[in-house]
Design a binder for this molecule. Structure first.
Ligand SMILES: Nc1ncnc2c1ncn2[C@@H]1O[C@H](COP(=O)(O)OP(=O)(O)OP(=O)(O)O)[C@@H](O)[C@H]1O
Length: 311
């Protein structure tokens, strides 16, 4: 099994509202895979279908080689899941909650949990109710990892954490992937995804718009500024795939990706219609925003969507 997750043309509706629309993606073993999308894009709905907690209206979801509609329980046994707002028993200490949870898992769980608390520097005797958000998140992560799941699913795991704790948390994810675990991270934080992900799926309004290795998404992307000879000129033909174009006076700003040969951009200056060409490498945020703007709204906004945050 090379793919830990396989999602094929999956659709999920809530009444007449389509939350996930024919989504297709593959998550290979041993990578940190990010679902990147604004609030309300459908990430949690996708995650719930993976875990067999929601049944798709169409398409197929397979996790660790099993159909999640029929084998949800088996999948959940093998997956570590940290939801956006983990529920922890407030009155227990970190050690007690591990002891309690160990009852649901095979031998070795509690010892490994204690090792993880140690690794994340969580005092075992501290009550959950007396912990900071960051420490709670580490307890939730330790509980999710203590049965050594081959797949860890994290739904907006760092929301509410401060920068340092967030960074530490993210680094532990990269370590996990290096140890052969697969991590699925759902996030709307571009900086976070850029820091840790090997592969990224850009999700917008229930649709998967792009799935790529982060390197590929970034390395072949360019922002081209072409100053034309005349104000009315059309933009020059660009190499690669055009994601976004806008004009201000004589200047076109073009965002392209999948450019194999950057010299092809420089050669645009040889065209009669072009006076000057500049290029620079955009950040993931610019690429993401270009995808978000493409072809206008895909569906009516169902709710107020929170703006994107940078880490
Ligand atoms: N049980 C439900 N009934 C009706 N609509 C729902 C339900 N759950 C989610 N939705 C809607 O489906 C869309 C996708 O929601 P989802 O929670 O999957 O998005 P998300 O990308 O995880 O967002 P967030 O980051 O805010 O959690 C949203 O518009 C949401 O309001």
């Amino acid at each position: 099994m090379t793919n830990v997750i396989e999602i094929d043309r999956v659709t999920k509706r809530y009444g007449s509202f389509t939350a996930v629309d024919e989504a297709t993606l593959r998550v290979p073993k041993g990578c940190v895979f990010a679902l990147l999308g604004e609030n309300g894009a459908g990430k949690t709905t996708l995650v719930r279908m993976l875990l067999g907690l929601l049944t798709p209206d169409g398409g197929a979801v397979s996790v660790l080689g099993r159909d999640s509609t029929r084998h949800g329980e088996e999948i959940r046994r093998q997956v570590g899941y940290v939801p956006e707002r983990p529920t922890l028993y407030e009155w227990m200490t970190a050690a007690e909650i591990g002891w309690f949870t160990a009852g649901f898992y095979p031998d070795g769980y509690e010892q490994h949990y204690r090792n993880l608390l140690d690794r994340f520097r969580v005092p075992p005797g501290r009550k959950i109710s007396k912990m900071s958000k960051g420490m709670r998140a580490k307890v939730a992560l330790s509980l999710a990892m203590a049965h050594r799941p081959p797949l860890l699913v994290l739904d907006e795991p760092t929301s509410g954490l401060d920068t340092l704790v967030r960074r530490e948390f993210l680094e532990s994810m990269v370590d996990l992937a290096a140890e052969g675990h697969t991590v699925l991270l759902s996030s709307h934080l571009i900086g976070e995804v850029e820091r840790v992900a090997d592969q990224v799926a850009i999700v917008r309004e229930g649709r998967v718009l792009a799935v790529d290795p982060l390197d590929r998404l970034k390395l072949g992307a360019y922002e081209i500024t072409a100053t034309m000879q005349g104000a009315a000129s059309a933009p020059p033909p660009t190499p690669g795939t055009l994601l976004e174009s806008s004009r201000r006076g004589k200047q076109w700003r073009l965002l392209v990706r999948d450019v194999d040969d950057e010299a092809a951009i420089d050669r645009l200056a040889e065209l009669d219609s072009v006076a000057v060409v500049d290029r620079r490498t955009p950040g993931l945020e610019e690429i993401f925003v270009a995808y978000m703007k493409q072809s206008g709204p895909l569906r009516q906004a169902a709710e107020h969507r929170a703006p994107l945050e940078q880490v």
